[in-house]
Design a protein around this ligand. Sequence first.
Ligand SMILES: C[S@@+](CC[C@H](N)C(=O)[O-])C[C@H]1O[C@@H](n2cnc3c(N)ncnc32)[C@H](O)[C@@H]1O
Length: 248
Amino acid sequence: MDRNKTNKEWFKSFFKKDFYNFDFIPKKRTQEEVSFIIKASGIKKGFKILDIPCGAARHSLELAKKKFDVTALDYSKEYLEDAVKKAQKTGLKNITFVRKDMRKIDFREEFDLAINMFTSFGYFDDKDNYLFLKKIYRSLKKGGVFIIDIKNGVFRKNNLSEKNWDIIGDAIELQEFVWLNKTTLKNIWHKIENGEMKTRVFYLKVYDKKSLNKILKKAGFKVKKIYGDFDFSLLKKNSKRIIAVCKK
Ligand SMILES: C[S@@+](CC[C@H](N)C(=O)[O-])C[C@H]1O[C@@H](n2cnc3c(N)ncnc32)[C@H](O)[C@@H]1O
């Protein structure tokens, strides 16, 4: 099936608090990811970071607490409102929130580091996925670092069942996966909570080491290291994630 015929704006209805929120992610995991980001990028206090897309800003808030100067960008009004409240409660002044479609950013050589975390890439068609990376490249200062963390496509291909269910908090989640072509996954998620069932769909272009490397290089990046986990272990076939550390 042609990805262009799918709903390109799916993210506007999928990423709503009543359907997808970040409560299921343990704080410890976020802290480990943040430690990795700091060590792998070599950034120093006061450096400028772009967290894109930031969701409820779990990384941005931690990074701001550590005295980095953070810009946290997302399309979701609800996630940003929650993040603003948390920043205010903690008295953080070194974090700027921006509500924008990440494809429409227009920063030029402003940041020392950009991060794209928790499989926040591959949401669009090939052209827009590539143009997004180009825009990240343009946002970075010369020598700036880009860290991208996505699910490992090879692991997904080998381990994904057609259906999967889980209990998350008070809700039951049923997830269905359909490959539209070799690299595009249609995800149909049902959430049953308080006797009500909601169904939402999202589309994901799945990358492996080779295809991620290729698109990053095409966008101008030098790919310095590719890890398979936040403990700095290198990527293996059965690694669940691909974490690429790139330079401008
Ligand atoms: C899986 S979440 C990850 C968020 C964050 N990086 C984290 O690790 O918690 C993906 C995020 O992408 C945002 N998003 C999706 N499409 C977007 C777009 N076109 N422009 C800006 N944000 C978008 C969603 O609102 C959601 O917050």
